[in-house]
Design a protein around this ligand. Structure first.
Ligand SMILES: Cc1ncc(COP(=O)(O)O)c(C=O)c1O
Length: 365
């Protein structure tokens, strides 16, 4: 059982091209007039569409943001890392522990110092006290790197009250929020998943956002994403965009157009795409509920019930490294290092097998 892979899988174990994406591609193939160069900011319709998608139409921060297309979310992270290193080289980037595997290497490669704060379960959700305690060491001007939703690898998301407290903490300590949004639509729905990000964007004059279409449009190999900078006013955001373009020029010049053109089409004709995305989300939620229910039914420890509360494709199971090894050696169940499993990678018939194996490695350590 391969639970390592970081992509969505449907009930048959495939990562299909969405039908709405196929329709967009048919349209683009028939309408393409030229493959001439685009600008350094990439596809402008895409930039506008993704900004409205993440902030929500009518959000006041739309007027004071600038978004440029990047080589997926990874490229956006590096571009923003380079920008921070250029504008404020002594700023530290605070990232969660455990973190998305690429956050630390990308920020370090940009020349920034990285510090961590714990991201773990309490009895009811995110252990917020531990976050506040660790961030006591952060200084004004430091960057707080958060996951917009569906935290990778833990699946632990802040409640709206906790997002509000994060916003206050940033104000009190002079921290700049940086939200990495890679799974919008996989947690509670496209708007609910962006609620924390939208709250921060409304309450802060400076903020960084990185965006990915890999998961919610299933455009993994098309490398489609964006970097957004929110500033105190439109002129400032425009200046920062020029800096981002300079950094992009020295890297790859312009991002590839195909994925962004597909995404722009979907933002303009969202109905079929949002329906397919909702089906993916429901499958992940159902897998979570079924696995938690199965574990409960066979009397596995209560702590596994956090699976139901957690969001998105990943959860970090409360397993020791020897228990992870036993899952592999005795049951051929492969999770990632640290106990991360891809809940979206689970086939329906695999759920009882996984639950049984988890109970066994717990019962006889
Ligand atoms: C938290 C997070 N950020 C960013 C990314 C980058 O994804 P991509 O480069 O495919 O857009 C991922 C991918 O797994 C992720 O989990």
């Amino acid at each position: 059982m391969d639970l390592i892979v970081g992509v969505y899988r449907d009930a048959s174990g495939k990562t299909p091209v969405m039908e709405s994406v196929q329709e967009a591609e048919r349209f683009l193939a028939s309408a393409a007039e030229s493959k001439s160069y685009r600008g350094l900011s990439g596809n402008l319709d895409f930039n506008d569409g993704i900004a409205r998608f993440v902030l929500g139409s009518g959000h006041p921060a739309l007027e004071r943001q600038s978004t440029i297309q990047t080589v997926a979310g990874t490229g956006a992270l590096r571009l923003i890392g380079d920008l921070i290193a250029k504008l404020s080289p002594q700023a530290k980037v605070w990232t969660t522990d455990p973190a998305y595997v690429n956050h630390l290497p990308i920020m370090a490669a940009a020349g920034l110092e990285v510090q961590t704060f714990p991201w773990r379960e309490s009895e009811t959700g995110l252990d917020f006290e531990a976050v506040v305690q660790a961030l006591d060491g952060a200084r004004a001007g430091d960057i707080l790197l958060l996951h917009g939703c569906c935290h990778n690898p833990t699946g632990i998301d802040p409640s709206l009250e906790q997002w509000s407290a994060i916003s206050r903490l940033c104000h009190d300590k002079g921290l700049i929020p940086f939200v990495d949004m890679a799974y919008q639509g996989f947690g509670d729905g496209v708007d609910a998943d962006a609620a924390g990000l939208r709250l921060l964007a409304g309450e802060h004059e400076q903020m960084f956002v990185t965006l990915s279409c890999s998961k919610n449009m299933s455009l993994y190999c098309e490398r489609t994403g964006a970097a957004m900078v929110i500033a105190s006013e439109a002129g400032e955001a425009e200046k920062v965009r020029l800096s981002l373009e300079q950094i992009a020029r020295a890297n790859y010049s312009m991002p590839p157009n195909h994925g962004a053109a597909i995404a722009a089409y979907l933002f303009a004709h969202p109905e079929a795409w949002l329906k397919e995305l909702e089906e993916c989300r429901m499958r992940v939620c159902t897998n979570r509920q079924n696995l938690a229910a199965e574990l409960k039914a066979i009397g596995a420890p209560e702590k596994f019930q956090c699976l139901e509360r957690q969001k998105g494709m990943f959860s970090l199971l409360p397993l020791s490294s020897s228990q992870i090894e036993r899952l592999r050696d005795e049951f051929a169940i492969y999770g990632a290092i640290g106990g991360r499993i891809n809940v979206a990678g689970l086939g329906t018939q695999q759920i009882p097998l996984l639950a049984d194996a988890l109970k066994r490695v717990f019962d006889s350590p």
